[in-house]
Design a protein around this ligand. Structure first.
Ligand code: NAD
Ligand code: MG
Length: 393
């Protein structure tokens, strides 16, 4: 039986993953090693029961008692805290879903690679902050990384049987997020609630707000560069409001392979689960006649300054991705907490990168994860300072 673990099982990607596993027979088909969640004890316990997991881990230390109580009599081990998550990541298994949100997902996925797992990588922050280290770790242990971000799964699928040398360019699409049709002057007034609704995809709150600001697409530009090893100037973004074409790979011979499908993450998760096979998945068939037309436009750099920042980050290289992601996470926290405006998130990240550009460490290629975590901590500190001093937040 295939041994599986899910990091972040209580989130949007995690729940879809559990749903697919249960549809494929659950504990009759898979041996579930570890499930982890942040704070939702009831959901984590019910998932652990349904999949008969060996261990369930809740990130919040104070919830250990509640988790133990919820799992009493099941024989499922309960643990809590950051170290328990890292310990769970070191339990050998064959397929691991990395679906914790943010930089917190980096180390668990990294540790899972050390026992040669196939890592289904939803946590794009891992590649943005530590791409070369992650790929080297996978190589060193004969582990495989399969992208789960829809655009990157799409690119990966379009590249099956192809050589990277034959690729001319890669285009990832963006829905344009919650405010794509808002007048640009109104963006400064956008509320957290308005930013937390997505026109096409159902996702966690943080990535939904990142879609409205295009910080999500900014991360995905860097993710494409890191994972597929393609030059930044050969990666494009197109706004595609229908969200039916997820990515396009253009080849040197003039052919272009586009990946299409309904906007449902269970496709990309299921593809990574069944790869290299394709199996039935509960995804609505694509109905192009109903869609009628597909539209594309170049993103407006004024509306979406995050994309320009991602280009700067790729130019600098080294630890700039870690700094960028950490500053973005701090700015997003500040926006959610009402300390800064929607449009100030990009200003904060820009200021942090400017301040850190004086630090010679920024462009250095990290030798190990500690260097990445140090830059992450440093950028959060600078971001908090910028938010307090420049924006009064
Ligand atoms: P989510 O917020 O719905 O879930 C995040 C999960 O991580 C939850 O289980 C939460 O409890 C856990 N978590 C949060 N903070 C934690 C911490 N500090 N330590 C341990 N666990 C913690 O997020 P999501 O939308 O499922 O996204 C998960 C990841 O997948 C993100 O990196 C996101 O960018 C990526 N992704 C998501 C989608 C999507 O459709 N939701 C699509 C593409 C990529
Ligand atoms: Mg995506």
């Amino acid at each position: 039986m295939r041994r599986i673990s899910i990091f972040g099982s209580t989130g949007s990607i995690g729940q879809s993953t559990v749903d697919l596993l249960l549809r494929e027979g659950g504990p009759e088909t898979f041996r579930t090693v570890a499930l982890t969640g942040g704070r939702n004890v009831a959901l984590l316990a019910s998932q652990a029961r349904a999949l008969r997991a060996e261990i369930a881990v809740i990130a919040d230390d104070s919830l250990l008692g509640a988790l133990k109580e919820a799992l009493a009599g099941t024989g499922i081990a309960a643990a809590a805290g950051r170290n328990a998550i890292l310990e769970a990541a070191q339990r050998p298994c064959d397929w691991t879903m990395s679906a914790i949100v943010g930089a917190a997902g980096l180390v668990p996925g990294f540790l899972a690679l050390s026992h040669g797992t196939t890592l289904a990588l939803a946590n794009k922050e891992s590649l943005v902050t530590a791409g070369p280290l992650l790929l080297a770790e996978a190589r060193a242990h004969g582990a495989r990384i399969l992208p789960v971000d829809s655009e990157h799964s799409a690119i990966f699928q379009a590249l099956q049987g192809e050589e990277m040398e034959a690729v001319q360019s890669i285009t990832i699409t963006a829905s344009g997020g919650a405010f794509r049709d808002w007048p640009i002057e109104k963006l400064a007034q956008a509320t957290v609630e308005q930013a937390s609704t997505h026109p096409n995809w159902a996702m966690g709150q943080r990535i939904t707000i990142d879609s409205a600001s295009m910080f999500n697409k900014a991360l995905e530009l860097i993710e494409t560069h890191e994972f597929f090893g393609i030059d930044p100037d050969r990666i494009e973004v197109l706004v595609h409001p229908e969200s039916l074409v997820h990515a396009l790979v253009a080849f040197r011979d003039g052919g272009v392979i586009a990946h299409m499908g309904a906007p449902d993450m269970r496709h990309a998760i299921g593809y990574a689960l069944n790869w290299p096979e394709r199996r039935d998945l509960p995804v609505a068939p694509l109905d192009l006649a109903r869609a009628g037309s597909l539209t594309f436009r170049v993103p407006d750099p004024q509306r979406y300054p995050a994309l320009g920042l991602a280009r700067d980050v790729m130019r600098i290289g080294g630890l700039a991705g870690a700094a960028f992601n950490a500053a973005k996470e701090a700015a997003l926290d500040a926006f959610i907490e009402g300390r800064i405006r929607f449009t100030q998130m990009a200003e904060v990240v820009d200021d942090v990168l400017n301040r850190l550009s004086r630090d010679p460490a920024l462009g250095k290629v990290p030798a190990d994860l500690d260097m990445v975590l140090q830059m992450d901590a440093e950028a959060r500190k600078v971001a908090d300072d910028v938010i307090a001093r420049q924006f009064g937040g």
